[in-house]
Design a protein around this ligand. Sequence first.
Ligand SMILES: [Mg+2]
Length: 178
Amino acid sequence: MAGQMILLVDCDDVLSDFTTRFREYVKWAHGVDFTYADIQDYQYRTVPGFNPSWWDLCKFPGFAGGMEPLPGAVEAVKKLRVLAEVFCVTSPYHDSHWWMDERLRWLEERLGFDYQHVIFTHRKDMIRGDMLLEDRWDNVATFPGKGVLFDRPWNQTPVGAKELPRVYNWDNVIELCW
Ligand SMILES: [Mg+2]
């Protein structure tokens, strides 16, 4: 709708519980059980014994489509659509035949996004919008509009960097936007 705020929302670990899904797959495939707190950076370099080849688990059919929404996300997005045009801006998983299709269907079925409100890109800094809600520190730092971090163990402020606006749950997002 013309004149409405444009709100851009990331999917993994903001709308969808990527981490729980990935932890379940790693445990099933490799017998390793790591915790949220072990994940101190975006590449999982601090997870004990982590092997980058484990990311291939994300390519399995059903992986992207089987995530659960994070607590409060479904209700909050519904509310936010009253005052904003909400787009999901999400990175595609490279080299997967299923990821984008499953993600699109998941966003439609679980969060009520139509396909015209889903943008696949790794370059979130190229997308225009009033606000970006995201768990990845560098995406928030480079976004030309107002970037807001969804607090996670892996996105604590780097030493010497300026603090970015931060929310801790979907209730905080509602408070911030209303
Ligand atoms: Mg994310």
